[in-house]
Design a protein around this ligand. Structure first.
Ligand SMILES: [Ca+2]
Length: 110
């Protein structure tokens, strides 16, 4: 059975996921954001994003297309809200599946 997961659905799921986290886990998410936001300007640029994911071994999603998908308002950086989607994918046991679906969607877009 093929379940198509759009970026929109991932964002919505990620939001619910985050809202349902206990405080300790929310704190962890808030701690992870500055680890990507190295100059502390409150946002994550494409280069910070790519370096971070490469560092963590996520080679399949450290590219500009994937970044653009997460960058909801299209301003070229990820703010904390947009970062939540990435955090969700990062924490999800189904990250492999999610990435596969996103890649399919990227292919369709092109
Ligand atoms: Ca943005």
């Amino acid at each position: 059975m093929l379940i198509h997961v759009s970026v929109y659905e991932i964002r919505e799921t990620a939001k619910d996921y985050y809202n349902n986290l206990i405080e300790v886990q929310k704190h962890k998410a808030k701690e992870m954001f500055p680890s990507m936001d190295l100059n502390g300007d409150g946002s994550v640029s494409i280069s910070k994003y790519v370096n971070f994911l490469e560092d963590k071994g996520f080679k399949s999603c450290n590219n500009k297309s994937f970044f653009s998908k997460l960058d909801k308002n299209g301003d070229g950086v990820l703010d904390f809200d947009e970062f939540i989607s990435l955090y969700y994918l990062y924490r999800s046991v189904n990250i492999g599946e999610a990435v596969k679906h996103l890649r399919q969607e990227l292919t369709l877009d092109n």
